[in-house]
Design a binder for this molecule. Structure first.
Ligand code: GLV
Length: 372
């Protein structure tokens, strides 16, 4: 009865009470030997399916971890049908060609490239909504050319990422993970004290990319007594932190570089040997942006040769592959591209994703349109 009431309420919300009752009778007639519960279940699934067919279709190419966290049905929320290409036995191009007339929106995450080839198979697509802040996986020029709108995760994760960046920096400077390993291996008792780390307060921090995340990192590190300067595409008119037009100059005037910018054609390998040499032997680099912003080979070389003091890295050029040289270095802290995530922020992300999709399907401005 409870299930029945829930079902009636659900249907009622959608104005289908009549259909619901007809459907229950229909299933009952077709299957006179079935229990009332089974009849109800079949009616529910038939009608849910029918109702869902009328919802706008949103294509998902690969599983999205946040949907699993918050529960996919909450995001779809009886407003959209998720069309999951990865659950189909059809080859991708065939799946896309079959469904292309009804696909107007794509929901994607950081590890799912939305290429011109994929978009070419989807002539009706008008929006790409991503659960990531970075958009390097989306062919933005192609979207622009086609007039496809793009929405990202906006500032939903800025605080989480900034917390993590500060965590990585403190870990590198104060040797938290390294000394943890020392204790766990029983070396404290046999080898004695562990070498001391370096103080965070007073460090000169260079933020590369002073967007939402860069600002959040700067605010936190100011509170630790650090001084802040930055490099960005343009000087920010209302920001009092010193601005350096060249990242190399910024590095030469800092003890720490924190990479917070987007990966674009302009920023790919922007942090190279020259910049790292300018940062110097006492310098530390933290990367919570994208791996390919740093020339990884050159950074590894600098670490091996002691040309910089250490690194805190959440992102890598060829994830999930990490240069093996880094594993043996206790002046390097590694994490598997998790700076962005906390389950608490997923609820905000859910609201943003739903809000963007709803806005698109009702011809309203997106909540976090890229390029706005
Ligand atoms: O790295 C994660 C993101 O861009 O959201």
């Amino acid at each position: 009865m409870c299930v029945l009431l829930k079902y009636i309420t659900w249907q009622n919300r959608h104005g289908f009470v009549e259909e619901c009752l007809v459907s229950i009778k229909r299933e009952g007639k077709k299957n006179p030997l079935l229990s009332r519960a089974s009849v109800l279940k079949m009616a529910v699934s038939t009608d849910c399916h029918k109702a869902q067919q009328d919802f706008p279709k949103v294509l998902i190419l690969k599983p999205i971890s946040f949907l699993a966290h918050v529960g996919e049905r909450h995001v779809a929320s009886n407003k959209f049908t998720f069309l999951k290409a990865y659950e189909s036995s059809l080859p991708l191009h065939q799946f896309l060609s079959t469904h292309s007339p009804s696909i107007k929106a794509i929901l994607s995450s950081v590890g799912t490239p939305i290429t011109a080839d994929i978009l070419q198979l989807l002539p009706e697509v008008g929006v790409v909504v991503t659960t990531s802040v970075g958009l390097n996986q989306v062919d933005l020029p192609e979207c622009r050319r086609r007039g496809i709108k793009v929405a990202n995760a906006g500032s939903v994760f800025s605080d989480d990422v900034a917390d993590f960046a500060v965590g990585l920096l403190i870990d590198v400077l104060r040797k938290v993970s390294a000394s943890d390993g020392y204790v766990r291996k029983g070396l404290w008792a046999t080898k004695g004290d562990y070498p001391l780390g370096s103080k965070l307060g007073g460090k000169r921090i260079g933020i590369v990319g002073l967007g939402n995340i860069g600002f959040a990192v700067a605010k936190r590190l100011e509170a630790f007594g650090c001084s802040i300067s930055y490099n960005s595409r343009k000087r920010k008119p209302h920001v009092s932190y010193p601005f350096y037009e060249s990242v190399c100059e910024l590095a030469a005037n800092c003890d720490v570089l924190v990479i917070c910018c987007e990966l674009t054609d302009q920023t790919r390998h922007m942090i190279n040997k020259e910049v790292l040499s300018a940062l110097g032997k006492e310098g530390v680099i933290v990367n919570i942006g994208r791996g390919a912003i740093i020339n990884e080979k050159e950074m590894v070389q600098c670490l091996v040769q002691g040309e910089i003091a250490g690194a805190g890295l959440d992102v890598f050029e060829n994830e999930p592959d990490v240069p093996v040289e880094l594993f043996a270095m206790d002046n390097v802290v590694l994490s598997p591209h998790i700076a962005v995530f906390t389950p608490e922020s997923f609820l905000d992300l859910m609201d943003l994703v739903m809000g963007n999709l709803e806005a698109f399907f009702s011809n309203k401005p997106l909540l976090s349109e890229y390029g706005d």
